[in-house]
Design a protein around this ligand. Structure first.
Ligand SMILES: C[S@@+](CC[C@H](N)C(=O)[O-])C[C@H]1O[C@@H](n2cnc3c(N)ncnc32)[C@H](O)[C@@H]1O
Length: 603
């Protein structure tokens, strides 16, 4: 059954409005779009300063309006950076109006809308280098609910957001601590919040935003006692911040993501969770394990790619050993959850020093910035070797399949195959591409040769694709002369099929002597000179079956269909494929073959 959550706790209305919240949010969004259009007219080297001045003016507008309507004085610390960009009168008005309008929604929504305006104005290279994509209140509240469900008691829990951005987690966490301590006087409430909450942020303006929103959110308490909120956010590079003895009950947040180049010393420091390229969110996951107390909880919003990719195999082993997952929510849509991001997202909690018991899985449908629908989807159990992909039901219907997959030991290696990527990176061989064949050329197998319905069609139809490659002396390694199954390397979950495979017929190879397979395709080839236990036609039929596609969706956490994930795909025992091969030889209908393969997975 689905259940709807909304950002909570609901603050008392500070301002009466005759417009609905969604209409106001839509107004704030279009204000943000107008501000972005304005910022693009500013030379890029000044854009960052312009963003600071604009958002500071918007927050001033918010505070002034709130003070006027509530009668409570609000003191917000000054940003640590000089605001040197002078906004003209019209833009100052625009920013102030945006701030004024934001007083008509909940404080968490206002915090998100104005902080998201900041990230929308920051120059794109800075935004992507720092991974500045702030979390909407619906996800932040769900993450806090999940932390609560894992046993976190706001009455005393110490909370760290190691990449706190505009305060998406610190602000609602402060509100929950405050609500939990409502029976105490304002001084004690404030002391508790000051002792319990901490944020790290590399961007000084982001850090100021977090601190400012905490000061605004606690302004009534601060006014009562005539005090100021101590600095709760530290401007620092979290990657370089060694944990102190004062560890946290919960490390929460939405860490930055994206590939990052590490120094040799950093690579050594993070080696325990690294394999190949480092991704910021993997490093922040390792960091969270270092900053969490024994039996404490990590509550992170991350991409789903770590669940399966080879680059994350050490991180999976590390998590299983140090902080296994407790609960996981898969966010249904890739688009529109984080502004300007297309990403499959997971909300998960992990227990430091916990037992590997598997995790309760939900499916989260984000309805708006402030509400989401949750549906129970089942459980996932970590594999015996946690470095392998973690299979999880992405939709409620997947649970029985997951149970079956967990008991299916056979893989491509057991059938006699291995996977590698097509060797031709065409732009390294541009001057060897040919329109016509001659005795020195071989056919290039581009990704479009594998059609969406699993047929092999020799063609070169996309821009820049030519049909033949002149194979120069020394380039023989590019040639493939064995029968194999080709599989598309990139497919998205919105596509009808994630696994798109075709057998490259032996007759085609025989005719040309060899072929050259381009890098957007995987090649599933015999692992040795011995004949594989299952033929290529049956292998392609299994990969193209609807049930294998569903199984792959439970494995894959990104758009990549990598060799690692294909080699991890559970398959029926080779002996069971004899009947399928006979069925194919009898030219059974594709639907009948599909149904037979399904029974091999489910019965
Ligand atoms: C995905 S945003 C999340 C921000 C905020 N927690 C939220 O959910 O809205 C990631 C944040 O990490 C910050 N960040 C990136 N690299 C960092 C680093 N090395 N140390 C500290 N913060 C960093 C960025 O500036 C950005 O604010």
């Amino acid at each position: 059954m689905g259940e709807t959550i909304s950002a909570r706790p609901k603050p008392p209305p500070r301002h009466t409005s005759i417009r609905g919240a969604s209409e106001i949010v839509a107004g704030l969004r279009s204000g943000r779009a107008a501000a972005r259009a304005w910022s693009l007219t500013i030379p890029e080297r000044q854009r960052q300063q312009a963003a600071w001045s604009f958002v500071k003016a918007a927050i001033d507008g918010y505070i002034l309006t709130l003070q006027r309507t509530s009668g409570t004085p609000i003191h917000v610390s000054a940003p640590a950076i000089a605001l040197v960009y002078q906004l003209d009168q019209t833009i100052t008005e625009m920013a102030r109006t945006l701030g004024e309008q934001a007083t008509q929604v909940s404080i968490e929504q206002a915090c998100y809308q104005l902080s998201a305006t900041y990230t929308a104005l920051v120059p794109a290279p800075t935004r992507s280098a720092l991974g500045m994509y702030y979390t909407p209140p619906a996800l932040a509240h769900r993450m806090l609910d999940m932390a609560e469900k894992s046993g976190i008691d706001w009455k005393g829990a110490r909370v760290l957001d190691p990449a706190c951005g505009g305060g998406a987690f610190l602000l609602p966490a402060a509100m929950r601590i405050r609500a939990a301590l409502a029976h105490l006087g304002p001084e004690l409430q404030l002391d508790a919040i000051a002792n319990q909450l901490c944020g790290f942020e590399i961007d000084p303006f982001g850090a100021w935003l977090s601190q400012a929103w905490l000061e605004i959110g606690l302004s009534d308490i601060l006014a009562k006692i005539g005090g100021r909120l101590p600095k709760l956010v530290e401007v620092c590079d979290t990657l370089a911040r060694e944990p102190t003895d004062a560890l946290f009950d919960v490390v929460i947040g939405n860490p930055p993501y994206g590939r990052v180049a590490l120094t040799a010393a950093q690579r050594r420091y993070f080696a325990r969770g690294l394999f190949g390229h480092a991704n910021l969110y993997g490093l922040f996951t390792d960091i969270a394990m270092r900053w969490t107390k024994p039996a404490g909880v990590i509550a992170y919003v991350t991409p789903t790619s770590f669940l399966a990719g080879e680059y994350f195999k050490r991180l999976r082993s590390l998590l299983a050993a140090e902080a296994p997952p407790l609960a996981a929510d898969f966010v249904h849509a890739r688009k529109g959850v984080f502004e300007d991001v297309l990403q499959e997202t997971l909300l998960a909690t992990y227990r430091k020093g916990g037992k590997v018991n598997g995790a309760d899985v939900h499916h989260l449908d984000v309805v708006s910035d402030s509400s989401a629908r949750i549906t129970h989807a089942g459980r996932f159990i970590l594999p015996a070797d946690p470095a392998g992909p973690w299979l999880a039901p992405r939709v409620p219907d997947h649970q029985s399949l997951i149970d079956r997959l967990s008991g299916m030991p056979h893989r491509l290696a057991d059938w006699g195959y291995r996977v590698s990527t097509g060797p031709l990176v065409w732009n390294r061989h541009k001057d060897q591409l040919r329109v016509r064949a001659d005795e020195s050329t071989f056919p290039i197998i581009w990704a479009e040769a594998v059609s969406a319905d699993g047929q092999f069609i020799y063609r070169a139809e996309k821009r820049g694709h030519l049909p033949h490659l002149h194979v120069a002396p020394g380039d023989e390694w590019l040639k493939v002369n064995v029968r194999c199954v080709l599989v598309q390397r990139t497919t998205a979950k919105e596509q009808a099929r994630r696994l798109i495979a075709a057998e490259m017929p032996a007759s085609f190879i025989k005719k040309h002597g060899a072929v050259v397979v381009e890098n957007h395709l995987n090649m599933i080839r015999p692992a040795s000179k011995r004949r594989p236990k299952v033929g290529t036609v049956a292998l392609a039929a299994v990969l193209n079956s609807s049930i294998a596609d569903e199984a792959f969706r439970c494995i894959s956490g990104s758009v990549a269909v990598s060799a690692f994930e294909l080699e991890a795909l559970p398959l029926p025992p080779p002996g069971a494929m004899i009947a399928i091969e006979a069925f194919i030889r009898q030219r059974a209908k594709p639907e009948a073959i599909d149904a037979q393969i399904r029974t091999l997975y489910l019965n």
